[in-house]
Write a protein that binds this ligand. Structure first.
Ligand code: NAD
Ligand code: UDP
Length: 319
């Protein structure tokens, strides 16, 4: 049985990846320090004989007994309000945490895939963004703690690949959504759905003309699975190219939820990217991958998840 370490396993993406690898017949070691994650995301796996959980901060030295075939490094706060609250931990997990995972991969002879992000392109001057674009990031702006941590992560991953011959993969993930996002993590989809369910107005930041391209989680997991098993060490964008303005997105959520609330406008956060859309030509070519789930279908599944949560979860404070 192949053994995979998934860091950030109690988070949104890490928990879905854990499910997928167990389904594919792997033994999964989930590691998390629960800083933004939630054990409820992996509750259903805790009694599974092919899953174990280790409570550990990956920015500190990692010890794993036995062999490892793969490492998926997903530990990091991912939502702007999370990483703005803990900017130093965010920089540490992207840098020291990634270094520890790469060292572990080298020691075990394991292949490692790291979770990078469309944020490496910053507020992009090229649209849509392809992997050749070097980005437009403000290193000293508020989002710099996340963007630069992820850029460093890519750089150290390539250094381990070139200098130590470690087998590495880098996925640049674009905005992904689905069940198990934290309702209060500040990202736009849980923010809007949470507001609709609580009977609050939906808060659009700025004039709502900024764009994002939302990918359903199952599509993303499929892309990551294929990338891990591919022989492509350079970064690959994985995301859904269907682009929408945040204003239109709020209208879609109002329609979906049937709320009688309206949109209210709040100031745009500093350095909020004006447009974002993945160019997935490379993923189509090297992974034979493209998203399959439409936004309409993905939003319906996600909304069903949120509205079936116990009501008190709508009012939980963030970690
Ligand atoms: P999440 O906050 O739900 O999950 C992140 C998990 O990492 C949490 O469980 C958290 O407790 C854990 N973690 C954070 N720091 C840690 C540390 N030092 N040691 C151990 N565990 C730690 O976020 P997510 O959306 O699941 O994102 C997962 C990864 O994917 C992140 O690396 C993020 O940067 C990347 N990513 C996500 C998206 C997206 O749209 N969801 C987009 C781009 C990149
Ligand atoms: N946003 C918004 N209202 C909210 C939360 C977010 O209008 O309550 C906007 C935010 O300013 C950004 C977009 O939605 O333009 C996506 O934000 P998110 O935090 O989900 O992701 P990111 O900015 O990292 O892409």
């Amino acid at each position: 049985m192949k053994r995979v370490l998934i860091t950030g396993a109690a988070g949104f993406l890490g928990s879905h990846l854990s499910d997928r690898f167990i389904k594919e017949g792997y033994y999964v070691i989930g590691m998390d320090n629960l800083v933004t994650g939630d054990l409820r995301n992996i509750e259903h796996l805790r009694s599974n004989p092919h899953f174990e959980f280790i409570h550990h901060d990956v920015s500190k030295h990692i010890v794993i007994d036995g062999d490892l075939d793969y490492i998926l490094n997903f530990a990091s706060p991912a939502s702007p309000i999370d990483y703005l609250k803990i900017p130093i931990q965010t920089l540490k997990v992207g840098s020291l945490g990634t270094h520890n995972c790469l060292g572990l991969a080298k020691a075990k002879g394991a292949r490692i895939l790291v979770a990078s992000t469309s944020e490496v392109y910053g507020d992009p001057l090229v649209h849509p963004q392809n992997e050749e674009y070097w980005g437009h990031v403000n290193p000293v702006g508020l989002r710099g703690c996340y963007d630069e941590a992820k850029r460093f992560q890519e750089a150290i991953t390539m250094a381990y690949h070139r200098h130590h011959g470690v087998e590495t993969r880098i996925v640049r993930i674009f905005n992904t959504y689905g069940p198990r996002m934290r309702l209060n993590d500040g990202r736009v989809l849980p923010a809007f759905i949470g507001q609709a369910l609580r009977g609050e107005d939906l808060t659009v930041f700025g004039d709502g003309s900024q764009t994002r391209s939302f990918c359903y989680v199952d599509d993303l997991v499929e892309g990551i699975y294929r990338l891990l098993l591919s022989d492509h060490p350079m970064p690959v964008n994985v995301g859904n190219p269907a682009e929408i303005t945040i204003g239109q997105f709020a209208e879609e959520i109002i329609k979906l939820t049937g709320t009688s609330q309206k949109v209210i406008y709040k100031p745009l956060p500093q350095d909020d990217p004006k447009q974002r859309q993945p160019d997935i030509t490379l993923a189509r070519k090297v992974l034979g991958w493209e998203p399959k789930v439409s936004r309409e279908e993905g939003l319906r599944i996600t909304y069903d998840y949120f509205r079936n949560l116990p009501e008190e979860r709508l009012y939980e404070e963030s970690n």
